[in-house]
Design a protein around this ligand. Structure first.
Ligand SMILES: *Cc1c(COP(=O)(O)O)cnc(C)c1O
Length: 409
């Protein structure tokens, strides 16, 4: 098994250079490779231990249920929750939908107002937009130049009709960490439910649902070296408990909050990913922050006209995130020039038209600079040599494009 796993990984690399495999993957906010230790633990649950975790009459079911219970424990431990507070989903998109629409339906008689922020993930924004169609009122808080929300503005936005505040823990483009502790405190004082999309934060920076007064928290497997198609939603029990209306009806799995046969291999993988993160997060965060600074210094020390998007304060940024705008280059040419480095740009190509990032625009970054921005997501499997190579390629590509530009080309 081990040999097969390694072989399938090396297939991706097409070219080799001084021990570096190209292209270099620096897009770890989009998805991460499954950690080989995670994969190893998942494999038996596809064939030998294939049982349905809801089959309570025989050994096959019990084995699957035991594995699910261990995963629940491991996930809960990483975020300071109880195992019974973890609801398995298909990923953070579903967790966000379940949290927001589930609260909206359950607490409709209490009020119809929801507060979120303009820089949230589409899974949150579009869930809110859907609710607006059904008569809910949504406040979209703006952000400051550094990407953080203004706590005073949040306080003012909460009213008698407010039932939910949904603010992400870590942003997927600019890596900005919102002041979750303070937001949680404000929500608790005002008796408002607090949901946080912590997809990019869990396993990367410390998360504790009690210390941070979080009531609902979204997690995704594939953003933390686990598999795609599995996630979780933390739902607070005890006092104050949060109740949710489920979105998917059926066999009443997951305490009625999410029906459907459990994805046992995926859940086992998510659990293992959480166990590894709990062990290694502190050291890994230091290493990633070091690599990030190395990348930033090499790029910004050798190029003028670069600006970092989002707060660079250590407590307000993910260690593995760097987002830079490059003046006087065209975004598309920049990406094409960097054909051996997998990064994301500040624009998305939607059916032919190029649209610049709504997150960068919310910070006040111009359309032009947003389009010539790069998001670097440094992860567990990146090395110093890769960072040096990537920095060199960015510098050389930007310089080349600027020279071409000044020649009128
Ligand atoms: C990736 C991501 C999601 C969606 O997660 P899936 O598991 O892919 O559905 C939601 N929120 C944030 C912040 C993300 O980065």
């Amino acid at each position: 098994m081990d040999g097969q796993v390694k072989e399938s990984v090396t297939h991706i690399g097409q070219r080799n250079l001084d021990g570096i495999r190209l292209p270099i993957y620096l897009d770890n906010h989009a998805t991460t490779a499954v950690d080989p230790r995670v994969l190893e633990e998942m494999l038996p649950y596809f064939h030998e231990k294939f049982g349905n975790a809801a089959s309570c009459n025989h050994e096959f079911g019990w084995t699957a249920e035991k594995a699910v219970a261990l995963a629940r424990e491991r996930i809960a431990r990483l975020i300071g929750a109880k195992a019974a507070e973890i609801v398995f989903t298909s990923g953070a998109t579903e967790s966000d939908n379940l949290a927001i629409k589930g609260v909206a339906e359950k607490y409709r008689s209490k009020g119809n107002h929801i507060i979120t922020a303009v820089t949230e993930h589409k899974a949150v924004l579009d869930s809110c937009k859907r609710l607006e169609k059904y008569g809910f009122r949504v406040t979209y808080l703006g952000v400051r130049r550094d990407g953080l929300i203004d706590l005073e503005e949040l306080r003012r936005a909460i009213g008698g009709e407010t039932i939910l505040v949904s603010i992400m823990a870590a942003n997927n483009e600019i890596g900005v960490l919102q002041p979750i502790v303070e937001i949680g405190k404000i929500c608790r004082e005002r008796g408002v439910i607090f949901h946080t999309d912590a997809t990019q934060a869990v396993g990367k920076v410390p998360v504790n649902v009690h210390g941070q007064n979080v009531d609902l928290l979204s997690i995704s497997g594939h953003k933390m070296y686990g598999p795609k198609g599995v996630g979780a939603l933390y739902v607070r029990s005890g006092v104050p408990a949060v109740e949710l209306s489920g979105l998917i009806d059926g066999g009443g799995h997951e305490l009625g909050m999410r029906s459907g046969t459990l994805n046992v291999p995926g859940i086992v993988g998510l659990g293992k990913a959480c166990a590894i993160a709990a062990e290694e997060m502190a050291g890994e965060a230091k290493r990633l922050a070091g690599l990030r600074e190395r990348l930033r210094e090499q790029i910004m020390g050798r190029l003028d006209g670069c600006s970092v998007n989002g707060s660079m304060e250590q407590e307000h940024r993910l260690p593995g995130n760097l987002n830079i705008s490059f003046a006087d280059v065209e975004g598309e040419s920049l990406l094409m020039g960097l054909n051996d480095i997998a990064v994301s740009s500040g624009s998305a190509c939607n059916s032919g038209s190029v649209e610049s990032s709504y997150v960068l625009k919310a910070l006040g970054v111009s359309e032009e600079l947003a389009q010539s921005s790069l998001r670097f997501g440094i992860g567990r499997f990146n090395t110093e040599a890769e960072i040096d190579y990537a920095a060199g390629r960015v510098v050389e590509t930007v310089k080349g494009l600027r020279e071409l530009g000044s020649l009128g080309g």
